[in-house]
Design a protein around this ligand. Sequence first.
Ligand code: ADP
Ligand code: ZN
Ligand code: ZN
Length: 730
Amino acid sequence: MIIQVVLDVPLNRAFDYRCDDATKADIGRRVLVPFGQRKLIGIVVALVNESSVETSKLRRAEEILRDIASCSAEEIALFQFCSQYYLHPLGEVMLNALPPLLRRPKPIAPPAPTHYALSSGGRAEAEAAIPARARVARDVLHLLQHNDTASVETIRAMAPGAIKHLKSFIAQGWVVPVKISAHNISLGNDVQLPSLNNDQAQVIEKISANTNKFHVTLLHGITGSGKTEIYLRLIADAIARGGQALVLVPEINLTPQLDNIFRTRFPGVTIASLHSHLNDSERLHHWLAAKTGEARIIIGTRLAVFAPIPDVNLIVVDEEHDGSFKQQDGLRYSARDVAVFRASQRGIPIVLGSATPSLESWHNAQSGRYQLLQLNQRAIQDAVLPNIHLIDMRRDKTQSGIGDALLRAIQIRLEKKQQSLLFINRRGYAPALMCHHCGWAAGCKRCSGKLVLHLRSKKLRCHLCGSESRIPTACPDCGNVELRPAGHGTQRIEATLAERFPDARILRVDRDSTRNKHAMRDMLTQIHAGEADILVGTQMLAKGHDFPNLTLVGVINADGALYSSDFRAGEKLFSQLMQVSGRAGRADLAGEVLVQTEIPDHPLYGALMRHSFTGYADALMQERKSAGFPPYVYQILLRFESVNANAVEDFAALATKLARELRAAHPGITVYDAVPAAIARVAGKERMHLLAQCASRAKLQKFSNAWHAALSEHNTKNVRWAIDVDPLDI
Ligand code: ADP
Ligand code: ZN
Ligand code: ZN
């Protein structure tokens, strides 16, 4: 018997091995095979009788690992789709979707049981045997007496010593592990649910009308309109119908708060969470819980879209517009788009939710491919949207970055003991260090970016390659000793505030201040406990958090994005500002948002003041249509880089020539000129790209396949290149 095996190598093909004990049931299983001098874990994708390789040269597979169930045909089809659509080797796609521990060349230990129940012995003996003063032991016993089963998670959460007692119960034979099936799950019927408002009820009715069919709903609801409540109801229904629900969220939103919402709503349900902060064994544990069906809810970031979920019958993508759903290297997939494919493959509903949908989804909703459902009111009674005001910085001149109007507004909040949040999307002290005599600015030796001044660590740091250098004492060009910071970052705003409001408690939340494992969690706790008066933060603070005592949001310097060469910059800025505005005045306190700008007449700010996503989206769509940009066309971007500038130029010429030649056979494709990337040099590598687009996705895909094949035939060893399908950052 010959098996075809895909491996985690950058070659888009399967490899043949002899394997005598292989059967059809092994398709989708891991297998240990020799590859060159190494031994690798691969996945069996087919069984064949003959190989194109001579039988005497065929190597023998070492062992098929049968420790866990194989990857299903449906999952293999999903990976094949991704491999073809994103032009990436199937082996890399499949193996990277596995938890790291399953890529190691040895079988895993069988997973520990997750649920326990009282044995008949336990029912008879335990009550009398446990002394009344052993409070925790009795609590554990009572939990088991009053429920058919209890999960280890629940028991662990009861009290610090609870697990110890569980173990001793097991040792005495009072408690035994049980397999949990979809049917004995408690949906927590005694949980108090808020009664839905009319809009919410209608949305749920429309989505639930068709649970056995593929359909995409774009749920467009302003911040605080109760989208999460809708997800929870749909998920409860999905589980009650015997299914599993997959919920995708941006990395930044996977907070303990969200975790709590799910755990309190579904106390009896095992929830698997999948994201990049898990260690290897946690990752394996959660992945297996999804695969065995034990977890009925799988909540995670983009990588969770590849989790095995045999009974999946609902997919939710929250904040569907979020850029973090797109992977920016390796397999450059969009988890949102893969999720839609997965739902169609399975024939189930998928809900994409956002206050500011991506124009791609908006377009699909306008054209009727997606069902558009909207929530236009905040869910909590009397909670109103914040007032948004523009501060014209041409009149409110300031050196410190914070104008008088904003300072006064902060002062008022301090007097009222309410919180303020200043939003600035730049970390560090200042984005550049400059000489005002000759115009010199400190740049990175390896990148085309400016070095960012970090006063805390007394360093200049490159945010592209991470390299650090000392702060020079004088201008290297003209010798001027008065180098000045240019622009503002979070640290500089923090310093200004500290000087101006010496008694205020200021908390800076950015990637630098939250580097330690629990820093973010601790800061959120601090904010909720009212231990901070003024928050200074980047977009980390813009999303999803609910700070009841926060009534003022100040936006420091947003204009920059409006001058960007990226045609999506406006779309991104608008959604960020809507998000961050949504932080003000969520509860019973009215909120106010002050946006400092030098271009107050820009339509983006007008739409923001009116809280009108629709208004701004319509304007952007007009622009995109007349410019011939997505979502009216589809794009692919060939990205390439090398330490050798000539090699990059040569590759650009080659790629352009090949693309132009292919155009004859692929009418309707527009091929642009190769140009330097927006950041043309990173870590010593010159970077360029070449854009191609077409109004038809199918035609573009044929073209990109042909182009990819043509490029692959050339020896381009000294250049790293990849085709980014549906690129987000250009
Ligand atoms: P979104 O996800 O749209 O930003 P949330 O679902 O977080 O909004 O809802 C905002 C707030 O409104 C939350 O505190 C939530 O508990 C509350 N809420 C949601 N639906 C209702 C409802 N039907 N009745 C009362 N409160 C609700
Ligand atoms: Zn100088
Ligand atoms: Zn650098």
